[in-house]
Design a protein around this ligand. Structure first.
Ligand SMILES: Cc1cc2nc3c(=O)[nH]c(=O)nc-3n(C[C@H](O)[C@H](O)[C@H](O)COP(=O)(O)O)c2cc1C
Length: 213
């Protein structure tokens, strides 16, 4: 396999300002629905980038669990490496990579904790196994071996036997409130379409700009 010669032509339809939804969140929800309809695996998966105090970036995949005019929401462990960085910098970037559709959406903005009621509502929708896993795993910490994790899961399974699993105090949602949301659509000869919603800090209105590919 020659990585350098791997190449795909993108023969997709034009994507211009007049085909955008009126708001970034309606456009993002529309593309997410299209990715889902097209059979993209985990269409709500996004690569979340954070940076530490030292400015060194770090990225990992998380699932987007909410999109509305306030922002996009993800759920995670509040003591994880990513949460430490989100708390320190209060800024994040997230990219939805919909390769099968030759599309990506890129969100950048400030972060805040989701309201506990929002976390509770989502928690209730999670399978019991995932709830127990959230209790059993001190995400991002070093563990000596797999056995330690399996033992921890067994212990919390016993602890919550016969009762609802409550939301762990160390677990919940983060919301990214976008300042910019870029929609990228692949086109022929690498002349891709890039349309970016940008929030004007002064009057808090959104405008759309086209970027060179
Ligand atoms: C498809 C996919 C979805 C994931 N979704 C989540 C998620 O919603 N929340 C989460 O905390 N980790 C999720 N993970 C695991 C993260 O990528 C990461 O390993 C974990 O959150 C620890 O990251 P950190 O140590 O940088 O905090 C997912 C991984 C994959 C591959």
């Amino acid at each position: 396999m020659q990585i350098a010669t791997m190449r795909v032509q993108y023969p997709l339809e034009p994507f211009d300002v007049d085909s955008l939804a009126p708001t970034w969140h309606e456009q993002l929800a529309a593309w997410l629905a299209e990715a889902d309809a097209a059979g993209v695996v985990e269409p709500n998966a996004m690569v979340l980038a954070t940076a530490g105090d030292d400015g060194r970036p770090s990225s990992r995949t998380v699932l987007c669990k909410g999109i509305d005019e306030r922002g996009i929401v993800l759920f995670t462990n509040y003591t994880s490496a990513k949460s430490r960085e989100l708390r320190a910098l209060r800024y994040a970037s997230a990219t939805f990579p919909w390769y099968e559709l030759h599309r990506q959406a890129h969100v950048r903005g400030t972060v805040s904790l989701a309201h506990p009621a929002e976390t509770e509502a989502y928690w209730r929708s999670r399978p019991r196994g995932s709830q127990l896993g959230a209790w059993a795993s001190a995400q991002s910490t070093i563990v000596p071996d797999r056995r330690t994790l399996d033992d921890a899961l067994e212990a919390v399974t016993r602890r919550f036997e016969g009762q609802d699993v409550p939301v762990p105090p160390h677990w919940g949602g983060w919301r990214i409130e976008p300042e910019q949301v870029e929609f990228w659509q692949g086109r022929r000869d690498r002349m891709h379409d890039r349309l970016r919603f940008e929030l004007d800090e002064l009057d808090r209105t959104w405008r759309v700009r086209r970027l060179a590919p």
